[in-house]
Design a protein around this ligand. Structure first.
Ligand code: 6AU
Length: 259
């Protein structure tokens, strides 16, 4: 059986500064819960962020779904993040050539490079996509998360594609902080953070291809590090107490795999 290291030990092995920071936050706050706040009004996102901030290590955004997005939204979210010591993850899923993703990251309406601690990247265009992020992250230390596997039915990110994404991460381990994946594979070294979406206690999936597993299954059986929970928390009538339940389940799974 695989010998698991603690998050404190992983913080020291991390090759990207944000990976190291995240492992340390997880160890300090005793939480490996990330929440996907897919709400469409800025005040709803900010209210939830402040209410669950103490329970999470990462808050994941899709800023392009917020109807009334503005600079003030980012400014307030940054203040809430530093008050509760969590990181901001913009799930942009960049996928174009290096020169285009550089503009998408740094310019436009959102100026993502100015505030996101981490962003998601697809590897379909090949490893040179990473060069589009280098100038920016050299200054900020932000981390890239490569999509190695997806949670949705019929995903094409499987097999040899997944292996190639892991290789791309290893070849660029200064910029890449980890993977979005459904399981820990042998080739995923301990310097990377493994983050897993498609988590819900009481549902197997939705009507648009999403597939769910439990925190215990992915962290203990499949060996990933951080659970990403969206509707299971933000659609619950008591999001804070529900967040605590997910946090406790994921942390218990982490502790039990150490023994
Ligand atoms: O818990 P849910 O189903 O409400 O939300 C899951 C969140 C959404 C998706 O955009 C995202 O996780 N996601 C991702 C990410 C994080 O990149 C990858 C994937 O394979 N599946 C997935 O659901 O915000």
């Amino acid at each position: 059986a695989k010998k698991y290291l603690t998050y404190e030990e992983r913080a020291k092995l991390a090759t990207n500064p944000t990976a190291s920071k995240l492992f340390n936050i997880m160890a300090t706050k005793k939480t490996n819960l990330a929440v996907a706040v897919d709400l469409t009004r800025k005040q709803e996102v900010l209210n939830l962020a402040d209410s669950i901030g103490s329970e999470i290590c990462v808050l994941k955004t899709h800023v392009d779904i917020i109807d009334d997005y503005d600079q003030d939204f980012v400014h307030q979210l940054e203040q809430i993040a530093s008050k509760h010591n969590f990181l901001i993850f913009e799930d942009r899923k960049f996928a174009d050539i290096g020169n285009t993703v550089k503009y998408q990251f740094e310019s436009g309406v959102y100026h993502i490079s100015k505030w996101a601690h981490m962003v998601t990247i697809h590897g379909v265009a090949g490893p040179a996509i990473i060069d589009g992020f280098r100038d920016s992250i050299k200054q900020t230390g932000a981390g890239l998360l490569l999509l190695a596997q997806m949670s949705s039915k019929g995903s094409l990110c499987v097999g040899e594609y997944t292996n190639q994404m892991i290789e791309m991460g290893k070849q660029n381990s200064d910029a890449v902080m980890g993977f979005i994946c459904q399981e820990r594979l042998e080739s995923m070294s301990d310097n990377f953070v493994l983050m897993t979406p498609g988590i819900q206690f009481n549902s197997k999936g939705d009507s648009m291809g999403q597939q769910y597993n439990t925190p215990d299954y992915v962290v203990k059986e499949k060996g990933t590090d951080v659970i990403i929970v969206g509707r299971g928390i933000y659609q619950n009538s008591e999001p804070k107490s529900e967040a605590i339940k997910y946090k406790q389940a994921a942390w218990a799974a982490y502790e039990s795999r150490l023994n």
